[in-house]
Design a protein around this ligand. Structure first.
Ligand SMILES: Nc1nc2c(ncn2[C@@H]2O[C@H](COP(=O)(O)OP(=O)(O)OP(=O)(O)O)[C@@H](O)[C@H]2O)c(=O)[nH]1
Ligand SMILES: Nc1nc2c(ncn2[C@@H]2O[C@H](COP(=O)(O)OP(=O)(O)OP(=O)(O)O)[C@@H](O)[C@H]2O)c(=O)[nH]1
Ligand SMILES: [Mg+2]
Ligand SMILES: [Mg+2]
Ligand SMILES: [Zn+2]
Ligand SMILES: [Zn+2]
Lengths: 211, 211
């Protein structure tokens, strides 16, 4: 409880920092391999020229995800948590001090692949985006409710695989809405490109600054 | 550290309990939706008549998985951890006291869908089985090394989807072996049935009792 309280104070600090610099910050959460990094790769490829992006990557080990982001010549920091199962506000605060993001930029934080623990740690983000892959099954929102309750957007990824799966997309949305009636949804495929335009439109609507 | 130490003592207790009753116990771990419950469903359907099975189910919320298991008329207990991100040895000890498994039976423990935290909590199992889906990407063993280091069998699931994915199966195995050279591998599909015979053969080789 003390840990959570301490984290909330630092998250408030980060939130103030973002507001002062009119930075739009997002916390990307999902199970391992649902497509967080792939979504960032598409976004940086397609919008990288028109906006200032910064990325904070979180993983237990390796710099694999930061390496993939770095290919787009975007400032990126990799945090390795070792045994840690979630990013916390202190790690993000330290990463920002190193990145020194410009005013009016967009900061993406890719959390550890974990549908459980990151839900308890506010990082100071403007919005939390939960990504679920159509391969994971419909009942995940019910089984991992805190993550869906604490997010504002749910991206349903890998829709290119729908023809080969017994997956009920409407049921997934129904379950997620049961947990969080205000949750917004975007269905897309990072690999085929389907739905990416909806994601970019949503992204631009969130900006803390006028473009 | 104190929590881990306390857990290890109770895990030893569970291990002694299993040995006394010649029970073979498995801890099934994976990301959310990789197919832990699906694997149990196939196993109970195909081997349910010839062996005594018991299942301990772990989820943050819902009895969905225990309900799926119960359809096979197998004694099953659902543990709901609420905010908790892993099963621990105490929860398993309490579940066993309720299940009262027979001598020479097989106990499956399905852990919370989480590639991080369950790796730190010995439950007293004979073997830990990590399931990874071909949809998750090849680098998961490197990014979540503790889970692969602490497992003895790696089941690669959903191979029916391989034709539709850019997935390098050999690379996945290479990465996992880098983390754990002794790791055994079985490739299968719970939905198509491919590879299940290898899983059943491996299972029978593990028995703490002669069949
Ligand atoms: N078929 C299909 N595969 C996808 C799609 N998006 C991502 N993938 C694949 O899914 C795997 C995991 O993608 P990542 O981007 O690494 O996922 P992640 O959420 O960043 O994973 P972690 O950071 O390790 O938790 C890779 O093999 C991707 O190629 C998609 O839209 N369709
Ligand atoms: N295509 C395909 N889908 C599968 C396979 N095995 C399981 N699935 C699907 O994957 C989804 C998740 O399966 P589950 O058995 O619920 O996975 P789980 O690991 O028990 O999930 P949690 O307990 O919630 O972490 C479901 O929609 C299954 O139908 C497979 O071999 N191939
Ligand atoms: Mg990633
Ligand atoms: Mg399950
Ligand atoms: Zn945690
Ligand atoms: Zn944990």
């Amino acid at each position: 409880q003390d840990i959570l309280h301490k984290n909330n104070l630092l998250a408030a600090h980060n939130r103030g920092y973002f507001e002062a610099k009119e930075i739009t910050a997002f916390n990307l959460v999902s199970s391992p391999g649902s497509g967080k990094t792939a979504l960032l790769e598409c976004t940086l490829r397609d919008l990288g020229k028109e906006l200032d992006f910064y990325v904070i990557e979180g993983d237990q080990q390796t710099t694999n995800d930061a390496d993939r982001i770095a290919k787009f010549n975007i400032p990126v920091i990799q945090i390795n948590t070792g045994k840690g199962c979630h990013l916390d506000a202190t790690m993000v605060k330290d990463a920002l001090a190193e990145l020194k993001p410009k005013d009016h930029s967009v900061v993406f934080i890719e959390n550890i692949g974990n549908l459980v623990c990151p839900s308890m740690f506010d990082l100071g983000e403007q919005k939390r985006i939960v990504i679920i892959s159509v391969t994971e099954g419909e009942d995940k929102p019910l089984k991992y409710p805190d993550m869906f309750a604490g997010s504002q957007l749910c991206i349903i990824n890998k829709i290119d695989l729908l023809p080969y799966l017994k997956f009920d997309l409407q049921k997934l949305i129904e379950y997620a809405r049961r947990i969080n009636p205000k949750l917004e949804f975007i269905e897309l495929s990072c690999s085929s490109g389907a739905g990416l335009d909806q994601w970019y439109a949503w992204l631009k609507r969130q900006f803390a600054f006028s473009e």
